[in-house]
Design a protein around this ligand. Structure first.
Ligand code: UDP
Ligand code: GLC
Length: 408
């Protein structure tokens, strides 16, 4: 593991709203083109939503329309939508690059649109690997620096060899900077062949208000049952590991679980599998599938423990920080960034991934003696407040964008 450059090392002069540091000779803050491949909002888009708040008047280029479009418009961004879409959202991220061949015509058209949009801006900011893959060369052709906000772990669990190599090589060739949310994501980028000096670590940041009501009052309002209750709060996808929680529940006879989230990117078969699994293990009456919700922080405050069961390395995991801010004990799998966020286990319990027995044992212990982890949960909240706030993230990203623009 090697240390990555923190954002504040880039420039002392940047401000959150980008107003003090300008491109040499321009006297104005840079015009940024934020590129998103999707209009659906999962963690990376929620990060971008908060990141663009200081940049009203900038442009957002989306490959497809969706709820995210209105959110960005509401934040004062000018919206540009790809004219013909790409079909990329249906392409699994670990698919062979050859699977994109039939889309070449549309992708070429998109590259031209991106080049035109990039020319009207000072900096291009790609918020996903698909956005970077498509925008990197157009941005370089029109001479604009491109920043890649890499929200993924470029390892064999998530991507095929060809994908990893292509992405790392393209970054080395085209990216002015690569932003990662965790050391785990930085390590994977380097191991895939990415140049270490390109990387800046900007941990995700978020702000949440705590509901002053007790968990009992919240449960009554939300219609949730009394008694031991745990929660999982992630989109439904095989690597998010909700099935492991259902398996663990079969070993915890009195415990109920809320499963919050939906299959956002076509994982409907997995969603159906979860229900079948709950029935097969005889726990269907103890698992409540609540679907996609807009009140995750409140739901978190209502449960006795939040489980973060990802079976593959998690690039960051906003839900971990949300649980810490909610003041609820966390049990997370030790894969990817969880250990960094939970301070090696001092701010939450770490269990090995894919092991329902170990997960069940950790939950049983925690639910039996809630007082035993009260101090740890307070520490977790303090840690989240001091390290993972939205203002710090916005400041770090503004520093970085201004730095890249100033050097261009
Ligand atoms: N989330 C939500 N509603 C849901 C399920 C999840 O708003 O029903 C939010 C959750 O609170 C978190 C984000 O979606 O902020 C997921 O981000 P995370 O980084 O944990 O994972 P991702 O899904 O992006 O891999
Ligand atoms: C991705 C990752 C998740 C991370 C989010 C924001 O969706 O899967 O771990 O928290 O991006 O960076």
């Amino acid at each position: 593991m090697t240390g990555v450059l923190p954002a504040e090392a880039l420039s002392e002069r940047a401000t959150v709203d980008g107003s003090r540091v300008a491109r040499p000779g321009h006297g104005a803050r840079p015009r940024v083109l934020f590129v998103s491949h999707t209009g659906t909002m999962s963690g990376a888009e929620l990060v971008l939503r908060d990141a663009v708040r200081p940049w009203p008047g900038s442009t957002a280029f989306l490959f497809e329309d969706g709820a995210f479009t209105d959110v960005l418009r509401g934040l004062g961004l000018e919206i540009r939508l790809a004219r013909r879409g790409t079909g990329l959202s249906g392409l699994r991220r670990d698919a062979s690059p050859l699977r994109a061949l039939p889309m070449l015509g549309r992708l070429g058209g998109l590259a031209l649109e991106l080049a035109r949009a990039a020319r009207a801006c000072d900096v291009v900011y790609a918020n996903s690997q698909k956005a970077f893959l498509l925008a990197a060369i157009p941005a370089r052709i029109v001479g604009r620096p491109i920043i890649w906000h890499l929200h993924d772990i470029l390892d064999g669990a998530h991507f095929g060899w060809a994908q990893r190599t292509l992405q790392a090589r393209l970054a080395n060739l085209c990216a002015a900077r690569v932003i990662v949310p965790s050391q785990a994501a930085a390590d994977a980028f380097w191991q895939a062949g990415g140049r270490p000096s390109l990387v800046t670590l900007v941990p995700n940041g978020l702000d949440l208000d705590r509901d002053p009501r007790t968990p009992e009052a919240l449960r009554a309002e939300l219609g949730l049952p009394a008694g031991p209750l745990i929660g999982v709060f992630s989109r439904l996808a095989p690597w998010k590991g909700q099935d492991v929680v259902i398996e663990a529940l079969a070993r915890l006879p009195d415990v109920r679980c809320i499963v919050v989230g939906a299959p956002l990117f076509g994982e409907d078969a997995y969603a159906a599998h979860l229900r079948d699994l709950a029935a097969a293990r005889g726990v269907a009456d103890r698992v409540l599938f609540l679907g996609q919700r807009g009140d995750v922080p409140r739901l978190m405050q209502a449960v006795d423990a939040v489980v973060h069961p990802s079976i593959d390395p998690e690039p960051f995991g906003r839900t971990l920080v949300e649980a810490m801010l909610a003041g609820v004990p966390v049990v997370a799998t030790d894969a990817g960034a969880s250990a960094e966020i939970l301070d090696g286990g001092a701010a939450g319990t770490l269990v090995p991934p894919r092991q329902p027995d170990r997960l069940a044992a950790a939950l049983a212990e925690l639910l039996a003696k809630p007082g035993a982890v009260a101090a740890r949960t307070r520490l977790a909240r303090d840690r989240a407040l001091s390290r993972y706030g939205a203002a710090r993230m916005q400041r770090d990203l503004a520093t970085l964008i201004n730095h890249v623009a100033a050097r261009a």
